[in-house]
Design a protein around this ligand. Structure first.
Ligand SMILES: N[C@@H](CCC(=O)N[C@@H](CS)C(=O)NCC(=O)O)C(=O)O
Length: 200
């Protein structure tokens, strides 16, 4: 397998983290998205959305969308429960992550960390911070009395939600206001085979 990905991308990190935890070997192909490498004709043939990560299987199949890739890789393991209700709960949180967490924390982090202070997109930062805080608030309330998001054990829903929420401070969001989220983040870091975002 080949993982076409970017080292600082939270979406790519989710897949690298799972690959590591499953003990899967793969070739790591760095795509310099800041240099436009995800928009070349060659890359668009892999993923018409022009986004990383893309997992290239040995038979040439290209899998895109980080959370879809997580489900593919986790199939048959405890990280993706077979029970239909538990599986639906996993998908529910993965959809929530893509709809409510990643757009705000991903863009907020990108603007705060990489764009110059006078860049016009800085005007969007307060809106992204507000959206991110709303999403973290949902996670905070749900995690009260729970160890993980689904079934009381670590699943790909946790990996998906962890990808961007643990780097909220890089978007200028203080996690001390979300103690349940912080405790859960510490629990995720303790899982066997865990690697940090810019590792792997
Ligand atoms: N929904 C997609 C989002 C992927 C995404 O936004 N990837 C960014 C990096 S985090 C990217 O490759 N951007 C390059 C571009 O848009 O040209 C996923 O979960 O895989």
């Amino acid at each position: 397998m080949r993982l076409h990905n970017h080292v600082q991308s939270g979406n790519s990190y989710k897949v690298r983290l799972l690959l590591k935890q499953l003990g899967r070997t793969y070739e790591n192909v760095h795509v310099d998205i800041f240099a436009g490498e995800s928009r070349t004709p060659e890359f668009l043939a892999k993923n018409p959305a022009g986004q990383t990560p893309v997992l290239e299987l040995d038979d040439g199949t290209m899998l895109a969308e980080s959370n879809a890739i997580l489900c593919y890789l986790a199939e048959g393991t405890a990280l993706l429960p077979a029970d239909p209700i538990a599986r639906t709960e996993v998908l529910r949180w993965m959809f929530f992550e893509q709809n409510s967490v990643m757009p705000h924390l991903g863009w907020g982090r990108f603007i705060a960390r990489w764009l110059p202070a006078d860049h016009p997109m800085q005007a969007r930062l307060p809106w992204h911070r507000e959206g991110a805080e709303a999403a973290l608030g949902v996670m905070e309330n749900f995690l009260a009395g729970r160890t993980f998001f689904v079934t009381g054990s670590y699943t790909v829903a946790d990996i998906a939600l962890y990808g961007y929420s643990h780097v909220a401070p890089e978007a200028g969001i203080e996690l001390s206001r979300y103690p349940n989220v912080r405790t859960w983040i510490d629990r995720i870091r303790e899982q066997p085979g865990h690697i940090a975002l810019e590792q792997g």
